[in-house]
Design a protein around this ligand. Sequence first.
Ligand code: ATP
Ligand code: MG
Length: 353
Amino acid sequence: RCGMTDSTLIAILPGDGIGPEVTREARRVLEALDLGLRFEEAPVGGAAYRTSGHPLPPETLALADRAAAVLFGAVGDPAFDSLERALRPEQAILGIRKHLGTFANLRPARIFPGLEDASTLKPEVARAIDLVIVRELNGDVYFGAKGRGTTPAGKREGHDLMRYDEDEVRRIARVGFETAAKRRGKLCSVDKANVLETSQLWRDVVMEVAVDYPQVELTHMYVDNAAMQLVRNPGAFDTIVTGNLFGDILSDQASMCVGSIGMLPSAALDGAGKGLYEPIHGSAPDIAGQGKANPCAAILSAAMLLRHSLGQDAAADRVEAAVAAALGRELRTPDMGGDATTAAMGEAVLAGL
Ligand code: ATP
Ligand code: MG
C-alpha cells in the first residue's frame, strides 16, 4: 500500500452476479445523502477476469488504496469454475482483504421488525437478537503451518497449526472493546481455553486489554456453550469477540437466526479507518439479472461504511432507519416472501431517507 488516500472517494467494486445489482442501490443511497462523496468503480472477480485476465487487477487495488473505503458487491461466476485456483473470481476477495490488511471482521445480526417469521427461531426469541460478532480475520488455524504426511505406522496424516501471538490478539480485542463501548457495553470473549493453549493466551491478553475499558462488562464463554446460547437466548449477547475459526462458524450460525441472507452486512477493518464493506451473501448466480436480489445487505453495508470509515454516524442511522421503514411498509423481495424487485426495494429505502 502506498500513496495518499482521498477522504471523499469511495471505491465501488460491484463484481459478479447480483453484485452489480445490489451495489447500484447502495450507491444511490450514499449519493442521496449529499455528503460530498465521490465514487469510482473498478472491476473485480469474474468481471475483471473477462476484461483483463485477472480477478484482482492492479488498477482495482490502486483504486482501493486511494479510496477512503471500499464498497464491495460479490464475486463468483460458475463460468470460471475450471480455472486454476489463483485466477478464480473468489480469490479476489481474499487478495483484497490481505492487501488492505483488514484484520477485523464485523458482522452485526439484528432482526428488523416484521421479519421474525423468516428466522429459524421462535419469533419471540428472534425478536431479541441485536448483536455483533467481531471476528479476527488474519490469523488462527487458517494461516498456521499445514501439511499432509504419513505416520510411522503408515497411516495418512494431516495437520493445521492453530497459532496467535499477543499482538494479534490485542488488536482484535481492542476492536471488540471499542465496539462494545459504543453499543450496550457488554463484551463476550469466546474461546476454548479449557483445551487450547491459543485460547489461554487469548484470554490472558483480553483481560489485560480490559483494564483500559472499565466501562465495558467483560465475560468469557467457551465456544461450544456460545453456540448453544446463540440459539437458546441470543438476546443476551451484545458484542462477541472471537478468533478466526470460531468466528467463522458462529457468524454463519447467527446469520440464520435473523432470517434472509439478503439482510446481512459486514465490514472488514484495518484498525486505522480503512475498511471493506460487503453483504455477507455471494454472487447468487441462480437469481442474477432477474431483479430479484434483496439490496438491503448492500445498503446496510454502506451504512457501516458511513459509520466506521467516515465517522458519519448520523447518516448511518438514517440509512438503517430507512431500511426499517421500507420493511415496515411490507415491502419484501422474494427471499423475504414478497414480490418486490431490487429496484423497488432500493426506491423505497431512498423514499425513506
Ligand atoms: P459464496 O460462496 O460467494 O458465499 P454461496 O454459494 O454461499 O456464495 P450465495 O451466492 O450467497 O451462495 O447464495 C446462496 C443462496 O441465497 C442462493 O439461493 C441465492 O439466490 C440466495 N441469495 C443470496 N443473496 C441474496 C440476496 N441478496 N437476495 C436474495 N437471495 C439471495
Ligand atoms: Mg457462502
